[in-house]
Structures are given as structure tokens and as C-alpha cells.
Design a protein around this ligand. Sequence first.
Ligand SMILES: [Zn+2]
Length: 307
Amino acid sequence: MFSALRPAPRYLVATFLTACLTACLSATSAFAAPTVLTSIKPLQLIADAVLSEQGSAEVLLAPGASPHQYSLRPSEMRQIQQADLLYWVGPELESFLPKVLAQRSQPNVALLHAQGMQLKHFDQAHADDDHAGHDHHADSLDPHFWLDPRNAKQIAKRMAEDFSRFDSEHAAHYAANAERFAQAVDAADRQLKQRLAKLKDQPYLVFHQAYDYFEAHQGLHNQGVFTFTPEVQPGARHLNELRERLRAVGNACIFSEPPLVPRTLHSLAKDLPVRFGQLDPLGQASASYVAMYLDLGNALADCLERL
Ligand SMILES: [Zn+2]
């Protein structure tokens, strides 16, 4: 069905480009902020910080949607065709995107594979038979790299360079915004490091394996992961192991993710001295990257401090 629709937008784009190249390129487009589309909210928040008053980025995934498994609507297909710049994580996360991106002529940036990023692989120790066969498997690149603040700063720097190529008049503006963003991230990071330093030995479980970057950066270690990737229900053997571990550690926190606390998570904790908290790795309710980063660390601390 999709391939039947393909020639029309392509033709329109070509016609528009020909008209524009002769008429308007030199007049306007060299000095206009690019239209920016990102796959997930954290990348949108970083793009917004760099664009600032020059505009705002759009995001593909609605709140509550999981990037691990997603189907695009026709309106989203159009957004993808039209944006000047498209930022996504990489095929490790948005496996729904590569096929669609092949139809796009403008640049797209898979940031996980961009220069200067600090990357981690999923730890072999977390490999679990329950999850064998899933593409989010042990030993592959962990795509949740935006939760390392060093990567967030690198992403902002990269975006400032890209935006400047589209809009050279505001190059200094984009560079200054990226710099201001880096300073705000560093300040938030110092604040969290101070609060979390005292909580390093407190036991907790996380909902899915999204926090390795954040935990490594903050020196935290979880006692277990409920499910490797959100779409896969954990098996009985894995749940039994987690329950044994919870029983052994005593008071502990379990962090779910919005929107729901699955029933299995409650039964896992039944009759054990467990407190529940919530972590949002996609910053769905956050107004900025810095707020998302602070919310994550503070939600961890809020629960761990009460153990
Ligand atoms: Zn994830």
C-alpha cells in the first residue's frame, strides 16, 4: 500500500525544489531555522534548547508510545518526508524507522552512531533465556544513551553545528545555546551526584533495562531488571529469581515506568518490604532535558532515602 503512494510526494518535492532553487533559495532558506523532527522526546527537548527562540522541534512518538515497537501513521510519514533535519537514536531503538528513512532525501542523523558519544553494550551478565531472540539482546549497543549527560551535551553540540549549516546567520546563537545547555546539564548533574552519593548501597529494581548509562554515570547499581525490554513479559523463572533477590535484600525500591504499574510487578513485591517509585526514561512529562534528568535522579533518591 505504501509503495503505491510513494511517487506522489516525491514528485511534489522535486517540483517544489526546482521552483525554489531558482526563486527562493538565496533569498530565504539560507537564513531560516531548519524544521527539525526527532523520534523521541528527549531528543526533541535537546533540539528545543539549541533552537531556543529560533523555533521548536517536533517529535514523532506521542507520550506513552514505546520506541521499541511502533507503527507510523500516514501523518507521521508526511512529517518524516518534510522535515529538514531528522534526529533519531538508531536502528537499535527505533526499528520502525530505517525502512521509511530510505524514502527521505534530506539528512537524517542516527545519533547513537554520531561522533563523540559515550557508548555501552548491554551487559552479558543480564542475558536471560527469557529474552533470547529479541533484537534488544545482550552484547548489542544499549540505545538509551541520552541518559548519560555527556551524550546530551554532545548531541546539543552536534545539533548546533547542523542548524548553523542551514541558518548560518544564527550560528553564534546556536553555539551559545548549546554551551548554555551544557552548563545547565552540568549544574543538574552536580546536584544529583551530591544527593545520590549517599544512596549507592540501597537496593532497588528497575522496570526495563534503560538506566545503565545513568547508573554508571552516577555510580548506582540496580539489583535487577523486571523486563529487558518493555514489550516482553518476563518469564516465571526470571520473576522467581527477582523475588528471591528482593527477599534477600530486605527493604528495597521498585521503580515502574509510566503509564502503568503492571499487576505482575505488584505480585512480585507481595508481602515484601518494598516501596514503589516511578522513573520516566523518556521525560514524557518534562519541559526540558535538564528537568527530565533531575526528575529521574530525584525520583530515585525520593524512594531510596526512605528505605
Ligand atoms: Zn528502552
